[in-house]
Every structure is written in C-alpha cells, then in structure tokens.
Design a protein. Sequence first.
Length: 223
Amino acid sequence: MSTRHRGSQAMTALGVLGVALGLAGCAARVKREEFNTEVAKLREEMQAGDQKAVSRIDSTNQTLADHARRLDALEQELQAFRSEYQVSMEKIKTMLKFDVPVHFDFASSDLREADRPVLDRFASVVKQYYPGAIITVEGFTDPAGSAAYNRRLGQRRAEAVREYLATSGGFNSATIRAVSYGKVRNRQVVPGAKGPGDEGVENRRVALVIDHSAIASDQVTMR
C-alpha cells in the first residue's frame, strides 16, 4: 500500500473519530440540560410545597385564634346566663347539661310566664354557638303520686318546653327531644320534697341538654 493511500485512510479515521467525539459531547450536554431542567422543576415543586405548607400553617393559626375567641365569647355568655338566671351547667362528654330555673305548679304541665325568659336566653345561646345540635328536654316531678302518673306528667312538662323552644325559639322540632324521668329519686333536687302547694317545687322542673357531638363543639365546664 502506498504512503499516500495510508495517509488518506488515517485522515478518514480521524474524521470518524472526531464526529464520534462530537456526538458524545452533544449527548453529554443534552443529558446535563435535562438534569438541570429536572432539578429546576423539583426546586419549583418544593417551593410550591413550602408555600402551601405556610398557607396551611397560617390557616391553622387563624382557625385556632378564631376558636379561642369563640370560646372566650361563649364562656362570657354562659357566665352571664348563669348569673342572671341562676343556671348551673355541667359538661358530660359531648354534652352540656343546663339545670334551668323552669319549674311547674303542683300536678301541672303548663309553662309559667315567668320562666319563658330563661328559655329565650337558652335558645339564643344555642343558636349562636351550637347550631344544629340536638337538644333534649328532661322532665321531672316531685315524688307525690305513683311512678306511672309521674312519668306521664314529666313527659307533658318536657313536651311543653319542647313546643315552646320549637315555636318561640325558632328551632327545628326534629332537633329537640322530650323525655321524662318522673319522680326518680336520684334526680330529685330536694329528695322527698313534694306538694301540693309550693313544697317540692324544686323537683317539679326540666333540665336542658345540648348534645353537640355531631358539630364542631366547644368544651366548656361550668358548675
């Protein structure tokens, strides 16, 4: 083979190698660019995630602050309610029990005019702070008479208050229940006290229970 021919082959080989190296360099640049692009996307996603996290934290802090203000307002309202009407309140799991000064004359289930304001105030508290809660009206009697008679009388008393709250208080009647405990001894305010007359009036009463388990609730305990 002539020297000239060998030189031509060498030049061809160098050209092929140069092309190959050039292609390899391009591939490296492409991969680097793809890598940089992916890193940039990841950085953007992380920044977006951080912003969402900050937004969630801000939202949670706002919710907690609103909740604290609502609790403070509720406590002030209940304190005023208790002071004005001599109401006692007790927290029982997901319920608030109100012993209200709503009493009945002997052998009667008629709601007294003087007792309506406390029911109106109770209704305003429930509608403002516990909308949608289930209310149970518990009816009680003094121990005079038979157990069967007093169960019926206690039920009529509870029904009278239930009807008043549904009509004057603006509640959906489906959210108010009425039950009777009659003259059951362990629920008597003054055990054994009974009429006729004003004797035993403390036992002739109703209690009001708010069950807020189905709603966003506030846990307040007051006695």
